[in-house]
Write a protein that binds this ligand. Structure first.
Ligand SMILES: Nc1ncnc2c1ncn2[C@@H]1O[C@H](COP(=O)(O)OP(=O)(O)OP(=O)(O)O)[C@@H](O)[C@H]1O
Length: 297
């Protein structure tokens, strides 16, 4: 569904000043997947989501979504892409919602923009997100969690292939966050829509099959649930353990590997020491701290 290769995004902030928000990011997402993206503040998560959603254009690299090349797309095709292929859910749902319209009218709005209002589909969607009894309530009469569910129904109004959510549970309490994530899982299962969720909530990531960590504008590691890992990589039921995850570091096409900082710290690698010794030992690649080797010899 999504193929990002060596994706670069450079923002010009002043005449001579540039920020490289994505620094050659690689990411593949399969059709029908529900996956999470995590990373510290400023790592490039929102930038990536904006690229995937066609809200902004990458500076370089490859970005193919649903067979469409987003780097070569005309402005007109991009407008069509945003309307038809992709749906967005934001942390601040005021971006999607009109308070004086009812829940159903809000869901009908993107359909009207595309050309045709479909009352039954709007009703069906609101039922699907658990708001069948709130169809005719104005948005201002709904709770924060309910409004977020309307926002999800709006994002699905034009039957997108891809649903993107940027911190969708950022403004709700833990219990509501849990309900919203369960809802994403249900929609993923029942509608088959591919879902990418940016979150900093590690509790939520426990419930996802695959989580990709971004550091400094690059994919640094992937955390896979054991179940997903077994199906995707090895077929060994010995590993069956629910809610247990494995972490995979990403090896890019040039053979570069990013090692999580906490791993380096745990074995005493210092940031200023930018070299490790690399050895092949019994079919394993072993990284050694050069300082330790000096001590031994
Ligand atoms: N429109 C912009 N103009 C200039 N710089 C930008 C712009 N948008 C983002 N950046 C910069 O790009 C980098 C990545 O920002 P981004 O918002 O993608 O990070 P993030 O991981 O989503 O952070 P957060 O979790 O705080 O939202 C940051 O250094 C940010 O300052």
């Amino acid at each position: 569904m999504i193929e990002c290769q060596n994706l670069v995004k450079i923002y010009k902030v002043a005449d001579e000043l540039e920020v490289m928000a994505l620094q050659g990011l690689d990411l593949t997402v399969d059709k029908g997947e529900l996956m999470g993206i995590i990373g510290s503040s400023g790592s490039g998560k929102s930038t990536l989501l904006n690229m995937l959603g066609g809200l902004d254009r990458p500076s370089a690299g490859k970005l193919i979504i649903d067979g469409k090349n987003l780097l070569q797309m005309s402005d007109k095709a991009l407008v069509q892409y945003k309307l038809e292929t992709v749906g967005f859910v934001w942390q601040n749902n005021a971006r999607n919602l009109i308070p004086y319209l009812t829940a159903r009218q809000n869901v009908e709005l993107p359909m009207l923009l595309k050309g045709k209002r479909k009352k039954e589909w709007a009703t069906e969607l609101l039922e699907l997100v658990g708001l069948g009894n709130r169809l005719n309530n104005r948005l201002s009469e709904l709770s924060g969690g309910e409004q977020q569910r309307v926002a999800i129904a709006i994002a699905l109004a034009n039957k997108p292939q891809l649903l993107l959510a940027d911190e969708p549970t950022g403004n709700v309490d833990t219990k509501t966050a849990d309900i919203i994530l369960d809802l994403f899982r249900k929609l993923n299962r029942e509608l088959g829509v591919t879902i990418v969720i940016v979150t900093h909530d590690m509790q939520l990531t426990q419930k996802m099959d695959r989580v990709v960590a971004i550091r400094d504008g690059r994919t640094s590691s992937e955390i896979l649930s054991r179940k997903y890992f077994d199906e995707a990589i090895i077929d060994d039921s010995e590993y069956e353990q629910e809610h247990s995850h494995v972490e995979l570091a990403v090896l890019d096409q040039a053979g570069r590997l990013q090692i999580p900082r906490d791993y380096l710290e745990a074995v005493g690698f210092e940031p200023e020491n930018n070299k490790v010794q690399i050895e092949l030992q019994d079919g394993r690649i072993v990284l050694l701290n050069p300082k330790e080797i000096q001590k031994v010899t």
